[in-house]
Design a protein around this ligand. Structure first.
Ligand SMILES: NC(=O)c1ccc[n+]([C@@H]2O[C@H](COP(=O)([O-])OP(=O)(O)OC[C@H]3O[C@@H](n4cnc5c(N)ncnc54)[C@H](OP(=O)(O)O)[C@@H]3O)[C@@H](O)[C@H]2O)c1
Length: 307
């Protein structure tokens, strides 16, 4: 696909989201990428999808579009299913018919979180919320495409968009208490680190099936909030902030249940492309440093994120 010096044409769906933006900021040499934010292509619109693929004729599609509001998905099930399952089925089918490579993002929420060791790609899926259920349905639809790859990841954040890091920084800045759950563990994953992996595998069409990719290590929401506070203070992004307050999930009810332990085993993925995941705290430091560099004013940062 990338041999002979020819340009690879890529289409990035969900180009306005955290991962989409990180992908566009890291386009490798020899790749021409068409950004497709939701306003340019709604993945749930079958005809628009066909027309776009026909017009752009990409060699590879990276699908970073998705309905990602985990709690709202419990009540907006139709919307979540349309984007994460039905739209993905159309996409997989349309790409397969045209022999277009497809890289699709999925989630640790396909697992029930009852494990006590990192989940392998072959472990049984048993989602405990509607978001996970809709993403699993999307994965299964992609499974019918012979040149497709599903990449499961967890707890994405970046300097843009709605995410835990931006929400916590905002609360610290407003001197509001930060309560964080201490008994749910996964790997925080920076969108720029994930984008590097995604481009690497997008250009390796022989890598198909399901892979796991996250930053290295694991953390509870509480561990993560403490690290955000410490790193942001060290960088001067925060001048003072109260210590986060640990809470148990039973004392912090949310509309959607979340897995208690959803660390993903990335060893196979790392070996096959010779890329080690960065420790999650290193990824965090880099994103906070970018936030610090870009602006010292909260207004310019446009902080309005939530977890
Ligand atoms: N965020 C996480 O912690 C996390 C963890 C594991 C896996 N993932 C998966 O990783 C992928 C990217 O996540 P992200 O963090 O970049 O999410 P994000 O920031 O919410 O971006 C998702 C993008 O998809 C767009 N979108 C939603 N419905 C769409 C539709 N019907 N057609 C076209 N675009 C649509 C959204 O547009 P609007 O903003 O206009 O709705 C948004 O720009 C998703 O598949 C997600 O399920 C995310």
């Amino acid at each position: 696909m990338c041999g002979g010096g020819a340009t690879v044409k890529a289409a990035v769906l969900g180009a306005g989201g955290q991962v989409g933006r990180a992908l566009l900021a890291a386009i490798p040499t020899g790749v021409e990428a068409d950004p497709l934010p939701r306003c340019a292509l709604d993945i749930a619109e079958c005809a628009a999808l066909e027309e776009t693929l026909e017009r752009l004729q990409p060699d590879v599609v990276i699908n970073a579009a998705g309905y990602t509001a985990v709690d709202r998905a419990e009540v907006e099930q139709d919307l979540a299913f349309a984007a994460n399952a039905r739209g993905v089925a159309h996409l997989a089918n349309a790409c397969a018919r045209r022999r277009i490579r497809l890289v699709h993002l999925s989630t640790d929420h396909v697992f029930d979180g009852k494990a006590s060791r990192p989940y392998g790609t072959g472990d049984a899926c048993a989602p405990i919320n509607f978001y996970g259920y809709s993403k699993l349905a999307g994965e299964r639809a992609v499974g019918a495409h012979p040149y497709a790859l599903v990449v499961r990841t967890s707890r994405i954040y970046s300097r843009h968009g709605r995410n835990f890091v931006r929400a916590v920084i905002e609360r610290f800045r407003e001197a509001r208490a930060v309560h964080a759950v201490r008994d749910q563990f996964a790997a925080p994953t920076s969108a720029p680190c994930l984008a590097r992996y995604l481009w690497r595998v997008a250009l390796r069409p022989e890598i198909t099936g399901v892979r796991h990719w996250t930053d290295a290590g694991e953390a509870s929401w509480y561990d993560w909030a403490c690290a955000i506070r410490a790193e942001a203070m060290a960088l001067g992004l925060l001048t003072h902030a109260a210590e986060p307050i640990p809470v148990n999930s039973v004392d912090y009810p949310t509309a959607a249940q979340r897995p208690c332990y959803s660390v993903l085993d990335t060893e196979r993925s790392a070996c096959e492309i010779d890329l080690e995941p960065l420790p999650w705290r290193t990824g965090l430091r880099a994103v906070l440093a970018q936030m610090q560099y870009e602006s010292r004013s909260p207004a310019a940062l446009g902080l309005s994120g939530r977890s």
